[in-house]
Design a protein around this ligand. Sequence first.
Ligand SMILES: Cc1ncc(COP(=O)(O)O)c(C=O)c1O
Length: 434
Amino acid sequence: MKADDWIQRYENSIMNTFGRPQTVLARGAGCFVWDEDGHQYLDLLGGIAVNALGHGHPNMVKALTAQIQTLGHISNFFASSVQIEAAEKILQIVEPGGAPEGSRVFFANSGTEANEAAFKIVRARGARLAAENPGEPPRTRILALENAFHGRTMGSLSLTYKDAYRAPFEPLPARVEFIPYAMAALERAFEGERGRDIAALFIEPIQGEAGVRPLSEHFLRLAREMTAKAGALLVVDEVQTGMGRTGTWMAHHAAGIIPDVVTLAKGLGAGFPVGACVALNQEAATVLGPGMHGSTFAGNPLAAASVLTTINTIEEEGLLANAREVGEIWSREIIALNHPLISEVRGPGLLLGIGLTTPLAKPLAAELFRQGFIVNAPDTFTIRLAPPLIISAPQTRMFTKALPEILDQVAHDVEMQVSQGKPVGERREGSHHV
Ligand SMILES: Cc1ncc(COP(=O)(O)O)c(C=O)c1O
């Protein structure tokens, strides 16, 4: 059946929350995927920073097959050896040299759920402190950054900045204070007595959905210093940036800080849906006691096997170094194109944002797709690249070589459309694919 026929069936059966799919994919291998019409695409988005090992990695196929044949799901009335090993492995990589004594993992099934768990830790700690210190102001103020993205469930949505995501669901369960990304604004938020009612600050080391915008190491260090001084928790959302994506296990490692809580998902299972909320000190790790939080699926043996396989394979195949080296070559080569429509390339490792000088990103992403490259446009000025960590420099070069001509073509098409008064970014037929 043709992709378009499948899309018709999609539209008649699946709720329209994602818009019309670009195509219907049929299979994948390594860094490539094919759609139902047989078109091949170089996957430079990796399921939005998820498919760290590419598609169909033999280690993952073997591990998940063996696990489902042995023990697939058991509920959290029971533990499994693979779940315990996965948690131990996360604790080894979440900080250089291992997590501090007393650290613990809560498994979740997605990024938003990992952040919900962190949110509950923050709230429950605030309530505990209020009970223990009746004279103190209650720790209920929660801070996040402007343009933050922490997920779509109601708690995580409260931490997410974009009004279009929030507005239909007001009132949200928590009133979060959004501060601009500026050292002075951070200092102001914690100033004097004001710091004493802050429960937590949530940050992403690189704001991925906001267009791959890295926070500076100075800012991360100041965030750690301010929260520590005020007795507030620092929650670092590494859902998109963690698991080797930036060339270190976690993006915050570059700043040398230890947060109180780190949240993970996306690359954690390299395609299997799994998340984790990691508390990095005894206080945060013991706030949630039996019965205070839970999930039927969380940390099941299949999810745990995907975590173990992901971490082991990243180690065995040297993928942290690969992400660093290929990412650096790639950004250098894109910059070296010296194309007038490219202003900069942001981000370390294999989480890159190509900054454009004009708001062409949406039609550009659409044309790149038609020409066989999967990327996305988190905003109108940015193309995001987040390919599998196994990608090679020659594979990235396929994209870099094709980019200037596609950019020129899109700029020309958009100019024509604008001059004819047509809406920009419409689908054009007659594509070819790599
Ligand atoms: C930083 C960050 N946090 C949380 C999420 C939500 O993750 P999920 O879509 O798995 O719920 C995302 C997803 O893009 C993200 O980038």
